[in-house]
Design a protein around this ligand. Structure first.
Ligand SMILES: Cc1cc2nc3c(=O)[nH]c(=O)nc-3n(C[C@H](O)[C@H](O)[C@H](O)COP(=O)(O)OP(=O)(O)OC[C@H]3O[C@@H](n4cnc5c(N)ncnc54)[C@H](O)[C@@H]3O)c2cc1C
Length: 490
């Protein structure tokens, strides 16, 4: 039996951030991770000397008054990030003959929308006001020390989807498609995505987005170093398999290796369904368990990663979102990080789309490296679809490909434990919003849920949720004051 003050399950972004906050407060922290490396969805992988990001493209909210800056400053990470600013627009959405490039700040984005769609000026203005009123309602998003905020459960916020709002307010089809497409940030389609989650994700990215010299490693490595510096005991290849409870309290946490850990608090940053299934005893009611286990998952992601003979010459060093009519997906992201870092990195690019994970889940249980031919054929079908589509937009790719690698929702489930390989955990959709989502308090006194399923997904959302979760242990006003006090920020 090994005793700690705090046990954290999962060393993805959420677990690493929470380990840093707690260790900084002097707690003896143990971080249990199933993989041999930290990072979860922010991991990178290498093939034949080419390094690829599983998912990372950009992150936002990096200005001095924005959440990512303030929160990372608090755990002394911000100044260690290899941040690079985009030289102009950072993102382009393409639909048929339409192209819209997005400038790297939210007010500039809105201004450009109004210039491009003058007939929709008033509706765009309403959209701007709704987005601002949503983001300034949440204390841990807004982080203004002088402001008073209502508790999240008593906020009266709109409950409709962004798709519904667009249908009722916007006439121009291209503008509808353009704004609707950003629902992908929540891992959902426009009619599934609640306007609250949509706006939080959109603003968290469009407020001063940046890229990082080494992709996802640019966050994970400084965070991991910080956690080690603070004396956190990080145990890799230690998947948690059992959470033993008595009288609605966690007594011990057990790993596959047969180790037992005890602590007054346990924070689980892994998928809540996985956590629930590990809880032994009758600490949770059947109704509550079924409620969580029946929740819908966000879409899975399918990725194609290409090593190239030389850098592409007909595109810009930005992120692209191509909206297409393909039965397998509504659109796909494309970027070539070697264009950003031209002199230092081998030519490569990647693309991914959000898809229904179900066809891939039929092959659950098969061994990596020894999957049935039907699975390989399925992967080939999705890869061919993406390659076929990208060649229409960037024909020079065809002659340039060296090697092709792919990842499916099954790959993601195996590497991150996200059920059905869901890209953003439990679906952030209108049926499961607000109090219907799993909350930070799990109904077991000393077990806290955190990670991308709980609040909003994406880097900024996960970090905000990490602080909000820990505020439950340290005291909300105490932590809020520490995060927002000027001397801590500058
Ligand atoms: C394709 C894709 C692209 C993305 N691009 C961006 C982007 O450009 N910008 C952005 O802001 N966000 C992006 N995101 C979202 C962002 O990466 C995630 O929201 C975030 O990294 C999730 O962090 P997490 O810690 O909540 O979960 P995870 O990253 O899933 O971490 C969970 C950790 O728990 C571990 N674990 C699982 N089960 C166990 C167990 N039983 N015992 C111990 N450990 C366990 C896993 O190995 C993993 O390390 C993207 C996501 C995807 C899928």
């Amino acid at each position: 039996m090994q005793n700690f003050d705090q046990i954290i399950i999962g060393a993805g972004l959420s677990g690493l951030v929470q380990a840093a906050i707690l260790a900084q407060e002097g707690f003896k922290v143990c971080l249990l991770e199933s993989s041999p490396i930290p990072g979860g969805y922010l991991q990178t992988f290498s093939r034949k000397g080419y390094k690829f990001d599983v998912g990372f493209h950009y992150m936002g909210s990096t200005n001095i008054d924005r959440p990512l800056y303030k929160l990372f400053k608090n755990i002394q990470i911000f100044d260690r990030l290899p941040i690079c600013h985009y030289e102009g627009d950072f993102y382009q959405v393409v639909w048929n003959d339409h192209r819209f490039s997005i400038p790297p700040s939210f007010p500039e984005f809105i201004e450009k929308l109004q210039q491009t769609f003058p007939g929709e000026k008033e509706a765009i203005d309403r959209f701007y006001k709704i987005a601002n009123s949503i983001t300034t309602s949440f204390r841990w998003y807004d982080l203004q020390p002088e402001q008073s905020y209502a508790p999240p459960q008593s906020l009266s916020l709109p409950t409709y989807s962004i798709g519904q709002w667009l249908e009722e307010n916007i006439h121009d089809e291209w503008l509808k498609r353009l704004l609707g497409a950003f629902s992908f940030h929540t891992g959902a389609g426009a009619y599934e995505s609640p306007i609250v989650d949509y706006c939080l994700c959109l603003k968290s990215i469009f407020d001063r987005p940046v890229w990082l010299q080494s992709g996802g490693d640019g966050i994970v490595q400084p965070l991991y170093q910080r956690v080690k510096e603070l004396g956190v005991d990080v145990r890799f290849q230690s998947p948690v398999t059992k959470i033993q409870c008595e009288e609605k309290k966690v007594q011990s946490v057990h790993t596959k290796k047969g180790e037992t850990f005890c602590s007054p608090w346990v924070i689980s940053t892994i998928h809540p369904k996985q956590t629930i299934q590990m809880i032994e005893g009758n600490a949770l009611s059947r109704i509550f368990k079924d409620h969580i286990l029946d929740m819908k998952e966000s879409r899975g992601s399918f990725g194609v990663y290409l090593s190239l003979k030389k850098n592409l010459s007909t595109i810009n060093p930005i992120n692209y979102l191509y909206l297409v009519d393909n039965p397998l997906y509504e659109g796909f992201y494309f970027h070539s990080p070697s264009l950003l870092n031209r002199d230092q990195e081998k030519p490569r690019c990647s693309m991914f789309c959000f898809i229904d994970s179900k066809p891939f889940m039929e092959f659950r249980g098969s061994k990596r490296g020894n999957r049935p031919q039907a699975y390989l054929d399925l992967k080939q079908k999705y890869a061919n679809a993406l390659l076929g589509d990208i060649k229409k937009f960037i024909p020079e790719i065809e002659q340039n490909i060296l090697d092709i690698y792919t990842s499916s929702p099954l790959t993601n489930e195996e590497y991150t434990g996200s059920i059905d390989g869901s890209a953003m955990g439990i679906a952030h959709n209108i049926e499961q919003q607000g109090i219907h989502r799993p909350q930070t308090f799990s109904r077991i006194k000393n077990l806290i849920f955190s990670g991308q399923s709980i609040y909003i997904p994406g880097i900024c959302g996960v970090i905000i949720n990490a602080f909000y979760s820990i505020a439950n242990i340290l005291g909300e006003n105490y932590l809020f004051d520490k995060v927002t006090r000027k001397e801590h920020i500058l």
